[in-house]
Write a protein of this length. Structure first.
Length: 364
């Protein structure tokens, strides 16, 4: 397998996490050759900290470098679409942080650009690759759970004024949204990954915790495509951070609760599974978990490399990112109109071009 040369674009904390929990574990597969940021001091410091050979300050110059195979976009969300399009035109593969972009129209534009390019795009949803989620996914894929009844998902974290000192946060123009885009999007992706797509959405959102443009509290009710029901709760005003996921099925109840510093790691163990009876318990014991030495970013990046090497599908696809942003679009539209929103959302929908509107910028 060929070692791929990577340029990290944007040298903030997400890029640092990608390095320490991702690329640093995969030195046989990737060489992070360039750290690029428009802030020269930040790029230089990041390159020195992570022993990256080159600090760069011009994205176009990085794209012109024939030795670079992959750009890993860790920039503010508003830059993801133009940077992805430019990379595809330059023939560079793209790994892009969430949220991919600000509308279904722009996602479809990226999908079209990828079709016309020799390069490919992988969105980031690294929570999927944690060992607990992988174990639960294996159980659900076996069919043992039976009919789905109901699910509840709670993302109750804490973000205060200090978090919003970063200039691009808290603004629709740059962050694109609040708790639904930046924090809960990972947890909601886990729901869709484990339970499949939603069919109808009814939601409310508001801004009550911080003096910001974007939402920091939201609730929603979903009817899933299989007819089961789901509730979503998200806030940045919980004095004790917690993430809760509870999935109730005919034969099993599955639950994960993660508190405090564990709240952003709901994919990790322990997930609990309560079987209906001893027969189901015995069948559950027969489902052997796969040995997964890699987790999170490292597992997703390794699967990315393997897909490029084989020509196979990426572990997270543009259609996965589209489904995630389709849910966001429905949540915003329902909250702002009072409507129950059916999915999928077509090009004729008033929010196909984006969920950001004058109503979105209301601060309660």
């Amino acid at each position: 397998m060929r070692r791929l040369r990577v340029a990290i674009i944007g040298c903030g904390w997400v890029a640092g996490t990608q390095m320490t929990t991702g690329y640093s574990h995969l030195r046989d597969l990737f060489e992070v050759a360039i750290a690029c940021d428009s802030d020269r001091d930040r790029a230089t410091a990041f390159a020195a900290e992570h022993k990256i050979g080159t600090a760069a300050f011009d994205y176009d110059a990085v794209l012109a470098d024939p030795s670079i195979d992959v750009v890993s976009l860790c920039t503010p969300p508003s830059l993801h679409h133009p940077m992805t399009i430019a990379a595809l035109k330059a023939g560079k593969h793209v790994i892009c942080e969430k949220p991919l972009t600000s509308s279904l129209a722009l996602v479809d534009d990226i999908i079209d650009a990828e079709r016309q390019s020799s390069a490919r795009v992988m969105p980031i949803f690294q929570y999927r690759f944690a060992p607990g989620v992988q174990r639960i996914k294996r159980v659900l894929d076996s069919g043992l759970a039976g009919k789905a009844y109901i699910a509840s998902v709670e993302t109750a974290w804490k973000r205060g004024p200090e978090y919003y000192q970063v200039p691009w946060r808290g603004k629709f123009a740059t962050e694109l949204g609040g708790v639904l885009l930046t924090q809960a999007i990972h947890i909601h992706d886990l729901l869709l990954f484990l339970r499949g797509p939603a069919a109808e959405v009814k939601a409310f959102k508001t801004t009550r915790v911080n003096a910001i443009e974007v939402e920091d509290c939201a609730v929603a009710a979903l009817r899933m495509a299989d007819g089961s029901l789901c509730s979503l709760t998200a806030t940045l005003g919980s004095q004790r951070p917690v993430t809760r996921i509870r999935l109730c099925f005919e034969n099993l109840t599955i639950e994960r609760q993660s508190y405090d510093t564990d709240a952003p790691r709901p994919g990790d163990e322990p997930w609990s599974i309560v079987p209906k009876d001893s027969t189901v318990a015995a069948q559950l014991e027969a489902i052997v978990p796969r040995d997964t030495p890699l987790t999170g970013f490292a597992a997703q990046f390794a699967a990315f490399h393997a897909a490029l090497d084989s020509g196979g599908a990426f572990p997270v696809t543009l259609l996965d990112a589209r489904r995630s942003l389709e849910l966001v679009t429905a949540l915003f539209h329902s909250s702002e109109t009072g409507e129950t929103v059916p999915l999928p959302i077509s090009q004729a929908h008033p929010r196909y071009q984006g969920w950001i509107s004058a109503q979105s910028k209301h601060v309660a």
